[in-house]
Design a protein around this ligand. Structure first.
Ligand code: CMX
Length: 131
């Protein structure tokens, strides 16, 4: 059911500045897009079969803006690629984990995504991504 790490999300204050920095480290940028539903703009930086996702908030009430205000820039979430997101959510719920999204939403790349609350996963915000 669990396939691989899809991406690691890194919260940044300014996407363009962060992109320039990561380019200096040798990363390439594969795509920049706005995910309106999550109130973010993201840039995907491939790392083998996975990616680093740089995330900038587009609104003050965005989860990412709140995160940066509280904790500063840094690793925000780990995204796990699953075969079937509905099954992954059902399994997590049946095992007593607290879901943020009971049903999948549409995230970056038009993929189905859903978050599990960090309070039930030892302080790590987990995202399921299908496909
Ligand atoms: N990782 C670990 N802990 C986190 C966290 C994160 N990314 N974000 C918040 N928390 C912790 C806070 O530190 C806080 O802990 P304490 O109670 O110990 O202080 C607790 O969770 C509650 O935080 P909060 O600031 O009060 O924020 P909310 O409860 O309003 O929201 C959360 C927290 C996780 C439910 C919300 O951020 C959320 O829904 N996240 C999922 C969606 C998301 O992050 N989207 C942006 C990325 C989009 C993308 O990449 O596509």
């Amino acid at each position: 059911m669990i396939k691989k790490i899809d991406h690691i999300g890194v919260a940044v204050k300014n996407l363009e500045e962060a992109i320039e920095l990561y380019k200096k480290l040798g990363f390439e940028v594969k795509g920049i897009e706005e995910v309106k539903d999550q109130k973010v703009r993201v840039a995907m930086l491939p790392v083998g079969e996975s990616k680093i996702e740089l995330i900038e908030a587009t609104s003050e009430d965005s989860a990412v803006a709140k995160f940066i205000e509280k904790r500063g820039e840094g690793i925000h979430h780990i995204a796990i690629n699953v075969e079937n997101i509905e099954k992954a959510l059902e399994n997590a719920k049946n095992n007593g984990l607290q879901l943020i999204d009971e049903k999948p939403r549409i995230g970056a790349g038009g993929k189905k995504i859903a978050f599990v609350h960090p309070k039930s996963t030892k302080g790590v915000l987990l995202e399921f991504v299908e496909g």
